[in-house]
Design a protein around this ligand. Structure first.
Ligand code: F6R
Length: 256
């Protein structure tokens, strides 16, 4: 795992934007795995400003709430169109987001997995992290081998996401999420985490045991996982100075 600690979310986001922009320029038909939530908002704004060519890019989002329509202001469909897709020249046919209104959820999840495979797999999977260590909506105790499927949100996640819905009661209980096994097949994983609230989950994910009690800890088993975090999110790490030294002294050819 590579841990990059930056003074602010802005500085961390700038590195993530450079990394993704570099991939899009190098591989114009790249397949991107995308996340929603507060964490990547600034990143999407920066990618929009870079005026990249998205015409051949394919995207797969991690998750969607069950039972709310794509037009619902808090659906992840709405989020993605609002924050990114409507500002770039992505082809609608290349945008994939789990269907929260699917009549046959298992069939729809299997189709999503097949589509990822048919696209050649995900080149880079962007991730946030829940305060309980979830990635996608793979809550604590999710199978580390799981595939795209329906999940039930924990009370903690519904509380965390109440800020988007106005109240906790309005947050759906069910979601469709790519599985941990699906995420682990991406050729690169890029996790962003900002703020004190994420510090414990980050420390456990990076320096704790690999455990379904902190789903992000599975990234310790990924061959190319990068975490870009701010000082606050890094505040409970045991080896922050080591990670800083590594990043500051990268050989020239390895610099991001
Ligand atoms: C969203 C997702 C979630 C969020 C996580 C953090 O697509 O998969 O894992 O990344 O809940 O959310 P924020 O960024 O709002 O703190």
């Amino acid at each position: 795992m590579e841990i990059i600690i930056q003074p602010t979310p802005e500085a961390a986001t700038a590195i993530a934007a450079r990394l993704i922009a570099g991939l899009i320029r190098e591989k114009p038909a790249a397949v991107l795995g995308l996340a929603t939530g507060s964490t990547p908002e600034r990143l999407y704004a920066q990618l929009v400003d870079l005026k990249l060519d998205w015409t051949k890019i394919t995207t797969f989002n991690l998750d969607e709430y069950v039972g709310i329509s794509p037009q619902h202001p808090q659906s992840y469909h709405s989020f993605m169109w609002e924050k990114l897709f409507r500002h770039v020249n992505v082809a609608i046919k290349n945008v994939n987001i789990p269907d929260g209104l699917a009549k046959n959820v298992p069939a729809s999840c299997e189709a999503y997995e097949r589509k990822i495979a048919a696209a050649g797999g995900i080149d880079l999977q962007l991730l946030g992290i829940g305060t309980n260590g979830h990635i996608g909506f793979n809550e604590q105790t999710s199978s580390l081998a799981s595939r795209t499927r329906i999940k039930t949100l924990t009370p903690q996640t519904r509380k965390d996401n109440a800020r988007f819905f106005g109240s906790e009661e309005a947050v759906p209980h069910h979601v469709i999420t790519m599985g941990i096994g699906s995420i682990m097949e991406a050729r690169q994983c890029l996790l962003l985490a900002f703020g004190k609230k994420k510090a414990r989950a980050v420390a456990e994910a990076v320096e704790g045991p690999v455990t379904a009690m902190n789903p992000a800890s599975v990234l310790q088993l990924h061959k190319k996982a990068t975490l870009i975090i701010d000082e606050e999110a890094a505040s409970e790490l045991k080896l922050p100075d080591y990670y800083r030294w590594v990043y500051d002294n990268k050989p020239e050819w390895q610099k991001l």
